[in-house]
Design a protein around this ligand. Structure first.
Ligand code: SAH
Ligand code: SF4
Length: 346
């Protein structure tokens, strides 16, 4: 099927080139860019400083790429909202808005499904369907920003932690980030963006060379190859020594601290031995650990740890002076928590 040209798929130079081909003066590109990324326009009719003929042509030959919302779920405290969005080809993805005291964060997807297949993750359980385009990634952020604007609030943070593995859709994920940080457009602070990866080594190495100041999160979940092979299957391809080699080089190159995600699963990776192995791996590395008690998904029987094993795990980290945060549980009742995002029919 031939999809119409989606404007959020264009970089600023691409938009300039398009309008130049159409015989428009150079300043039009900036005007259109501002409509898209500053005013968050949803249709071309309202772009009042563009001539009517140009608006008509844009309306005929392009789409802005405003996602269609097919379902909205809000947590009982009103702080977390999950929207199911339908894409032009009928595939659906989920995007989550989380409101904290001082932050408002959009958790966005980079693929429909995921090929990596971590057993505890609902997205992994559905398998891989397709990559999202950079415009489809960007459009999720604009969607959340519009929701917040209606409440006179601003989006402060973006996390690429929804459905999919961003470093297996490398070009589009990085292009989306570059579009969002564009100073004349959406102008999101780089330090307010986090990209979470399961540990795709070539992707981490490439990202280190991008000159970006975003935060890299690595989903570790186990600190020995024997255990990680079981719960994060990609570990067989990129084992821990090589993964950590890439992490050290990443910190060296960017000066940025890495966040390590650790989904705590009762009786699997919540032992003091794993905590100690984790501490040993992190020696000399600028790092922070995010502990996430496992959220339930339909096809995984593991559970989140009992309080006493959680306390023992955390105590072991403290003994080794590992900086960590126990992540607040968010959106579990509406299946908007980490690893719970998926297509409704699957
Ligand atoms: N593919 C990337 C980003 C999406 S997953 C990655 O794996 O990092 C985002 C985070 O949710 C990851 O840290 C992932 O391990 C975590 N996650 C997956 N399933 C989960 C579950 N059932 N409970 C809690 N966190 C989960
Ligand atoms: Fe994919 Fe991340 Fe889920 Fe693993 S945890 S299956 S890499 S989305």
């Amino acid at each position: 099927m031939n999809q119409p040209h989606q404007l959020t798929d264009d970089t600023f130079p691409a938009l300039q080139a398009l309008l130049e081909r159409w015989g428009e003066p150079a300043y039009r590109a900036r005007q259109l860019w501002e409509w898209l990324y500053v005013h968050l326009a949803t249709d071309v009719d309202g772009m009042t400083n563009l001539p009517a003929a140009l608006r008509r042509r844009l309306a005929v030959e392009t789409v802005i790429g405003v996602p269609q919302v097919v379902d909205t779920t809000v947590s009982s405290d009103g702080e977390t909202r999950k929207d199911l969005l339908r894409l032009a080809d009928g595939e659906t993805i989920e995007v989550v808005l989380m409101r904290y005291e001082r932050r408002r964060t959009a958790c966005i997807s980079t693929q429909v499904g995921c090929a990596v297949g971590c057993p505890f993750c609902a997205t992994g359980q559905m398998g891989f369907r397709r990559h999202l385009s950079s415009g489809e990634i960007v459009a999720q952020v604009l969607h959340v920003a519009r929701i917040l604007r209606a409440e006179n609030a601003r989006l402060t943070n973006v996390v690429l932690m929804g459905m999919g593995e961003p470093l297996l859709n490398y070009e589009n994920s990085v292009a989306a980030i570059r579009r969002l940080i564009h100073p004349d457009g959406f102008n999101l602070g780089q330090r307010h963006i986090t990209l979470s990866t399961v540990g795709i080594l070539p992707g981490i190495e490439r990202l280190a060379e991008e000159g970006l100041q975003i935060t890299l999160a690595v989903s570790l979940h186990a600190a020995t190859d024997h255990l990680r092979d079981q719960i994060v299957p990609i570990n067989r391809r990129y084992p821990l020594d090589s993964l950590f080699g890439a992490c050290y080089r990443y910190v060296e190159r960017t000066g940025r601290r890495i966040s390590f995600e650790w989904v705590l699963i009762e009786g699997v990776n919540d032992t003091p031995e794993q905590a100690q192995a984790l501490a040993a791996r992190l020696v000399g590395l600028l790092a922070h650990v995010n502990l996430i008690p496992l959220n339930p998904t339909s096809r995984y029987t593991g559970r989140s740890p009992a309080q006493d094993s959680l306390t023992a795990f955390v105590a072991a980290l403290e003994r080794h002076h590992v900086p960590y945060t126990l992540r607040l549980r968010r959106g579990i009742e509406i299946r908007a928590g980490c690893g719970q995002l998926r297509q409704p029919t699957l």
